[in-house]
Design a protein around this ligand. Sequence first.
Ligand code: CDP
Length: 244
Amino acid sequence: MKIKMEGNIKLINDDGLRLDGRAFNEMRPIKIQTGVIEKADGSAFIEWGANKIIVAVYVREAYPKHTQNMDRAIVKARYNMAGFSVEERKRPGPDRRTMEISKVVSEALSSAIILEKLPRVEIDVFIEVLEADAGTRIASLTASSVAVADAGVPMRDLVVGCTAGKADGRVVLDLSKDEDNYGQADIPMAILPRTGKVVLLQIDGDVSEEEFDQATSMMMNAMKDISKIQRDALMSKYSIEDGE
Ligand code: CDP
């Protein structure tokens, strides 16, 4: 549940602009780069606003053998925050939040990967958050999807995600850290854009049905642009390699 922070902070000014100057339906800038870890089968680096996250993917026969699934691949995403990624030093090791994020990211990726094409295989997705500034689960998932594709894993589609929420009682896109802390709701969502299938949806806080519809339609629009950034990142890597 969202816990209201102490104090009264105005998140939207009289001109309708947010603390970082964005309009209510404006995203933070996003950059994605692939092939950033030589040794990995696939990798990606995402900068989403001030979030910086690196993902490395390894595709191998599951070991020990008894963990193998004879019919399909297993996806194991592990989300980790570097000690220096947040204002107060993050204690090393998994906590409830990191376990939850690892689980929802693994499940969302599993919906996109054609698992039955890779029996007995384990797809390890290592997510390292270097700098966190709200929205890291969605930024991680968006980058992981690109890293898995970069590893040559057969996929139905590239998972794309976005966050919306409520700040000063108003629905806004892509929450900043202050909006996440002092706002009234946080809604991360991810889809397979080709079919529109929802593969991650969490609601933390209070939203009416109307606000939820407003938030999802804003996110659906934004996800079209984010999908394009994902595809461009993959295309630019492979067009450089082809040109060599
Ligand atoms: O990152 P995301 O929005 O997906 O998840 P959250 O649990 O809603 O966390 C929101 C933000 O709180 C993170 O992005 C971090 O910036 C911050 N955070 C933190 O400062 N210290 C932690 N131990 C965990 C999160």
